[in-house]
Ligand binder design. Structure first.
Ligand SMILES: [Zn+2]
Length: 391
């Protein structure tokens, strides 16, 4: 029997709309109708008490959560635990993200994601392999000894996942346009990151299907007077997507406001780049043998380099509204519709429309997450404040 989610403010194309019933059944949104529609009356009512009903958040960059780092134990159970930790903050779709590691770890991670998809682990949409095909000059917290060339063996591995999305972050200047074309032809989504590329090198990669930029501004060549760099190329190109870590720490909000003016808003998506500390109270964790301390919302290694973030998606959305001064509906779309489109999943995810997956979030106006559904399966939550980052 269908469930009618009633008495909420539902995010639609036009903004937040009251007086609707969202009918869900069998993991899908059956329909969105007026609250007094006979179909709504016939369904089991679930009262949303005037709160905001949003599409579930989609995070394309999640290294860990709930005390677990994906690299440490690329397994179905890790993916499940990371997903559960982030679901509390409204994430209903995610790509477990592997940072630079040996190829056998990449293989284990792909196998784990494949198995998780087959086992129906809630929310897993594929994998993000960030490195090891990166530029050591922009390595950030990645282990320099893991960085390597993208050869035929790696190519075969990277194109092997079935039934989910594969996102690869690579430094275009460390490979060739021909390899990038082979990846994109095989359906892999390629994003530039940890890159020292010139504008011309990025243009050549865009011509071969480069689709995105990983954590725009962080770990890449910057926009300068005579060389636009990766940042300049990302902002100049009007079609590609930019992931942004909106914790108020990774990039100054003023810089992001300028970026938002330079290309269509729907080309920006919020990511967490979350580390194991998200969803637990601990203030340190290990990253490939290095101790990372969480201080004032920052994850820092011994040298003071930012090591991912302590951000969650609900906080990222709240920060987008607060720090960038954009309206809440638009901020939510940066965590829902836009990443769904980046992943080529815009016909199933990211909107509250008939036929879409019933992956939803109920939140209050401050983005405290109250309830979530993944494929129609509800999870009651203890209200959690999105206290991370600049909030
Ligand atoms: Zn990174």
């Amino acid at each position: 029997m269908p469930v009618a989610l009633v008495n909420g403010r539902v995010l639609r194309e036009s903004g937040f709309v009251e007086g609707l019933a969202v009918l869900i059944d069998g993991g899908r949104i059956l329909d969105v109708v007026a609250a007094d529609d006979p179909a709504a009356k016939a369904a089991i009512h679930h009262d949303l008490h005037g709160q905001l009903l949003l599409p579930g958040f989609i995070d394309t960059q999640v290294n860990g959560g709930g005390g677990i780092l994906f690299n440490d134990d690329p397994s179905v159970e890790s993916i499940r635990a990371i997903g559960r930790a982030h679901q509390r903050f409204g994430t209903t779709g995610f790509l477990p993200t592997l940072i630079s590691d040996d190829l056998h770890v990449v293989e284990n991670a792909l196998n784990a994601v494949q198995a998780a998809i087959r086992a129906g682990v809630p929310g897993v949409l594929g994998i993000h392999i960030e490195g090891p095909f990166l530029n050591v000059e922009r390595k950030g917290v990645h282990d320099a000894t893991k960085l390597r060339e993208l050869d035929e063996t790696a190519l075969k591995l990277l194109t092997s996942l079935q039934g989910g999305r594969t996102l690869i972050t690579l430094a275009p200047e460390m490979t060739t346009p021909r390899i990038i074309r082979k990846l994109t032809d095989a359906g892999v989504i390629v994003s530039a990151g940890h890159s020292n590329a010139t504008y011309a090198e990025i243009k050549a990669a865009l011509d071969q299907g480069l689709r995105g930029f990983t954590h725009l501004f962080n770990a890449m060549s910057q926009l300068t007077g005579r060389e636009p760099g990766v940042v300049g190329a990302a902002l100049d190109d009007q079609d590609s997507w930019c992931g942004i870590i909106l914790d108020g720490l990774h990039v100054d909000p003023v810089v992001l406001k300028i970026a938002l003016r330079s290309k269509p808003h729907d080309r920006f998506m919020l990511v967490t780049d979350a580390m194991p500390s998200v969803g637990i109270d601990g203030d340190e964790f290990m990253l490939q043998g290095r101790r990372i301390t969480v201080r004032d919302g920052k994850c820092l290694d011994e040298t003071g380099t930012l090591a991912g973030s302590n951000l969650n998606m609900a906080a990222a959305v709240a920060n987008a509204a607060q720090l960038l001064g954009i309206d809440l509906a638009q901020a939510v779309r940066m965590a829902t519709e836009y990443p769904a489109t980046f992943l080529g999943l815009e016909h199933e995810f990211g909107r509250i429309e008939r036929g879409y997956r019933a992956s939803l979030v109920l939140a209050d106006d401050d983005m405290n997450v109250l309830e979530t559904w993944i494929d129609g399966q509800p999870a009651q939550l203890t209200p959690t404040r999105p206290t991370t980052g600049a909030r």
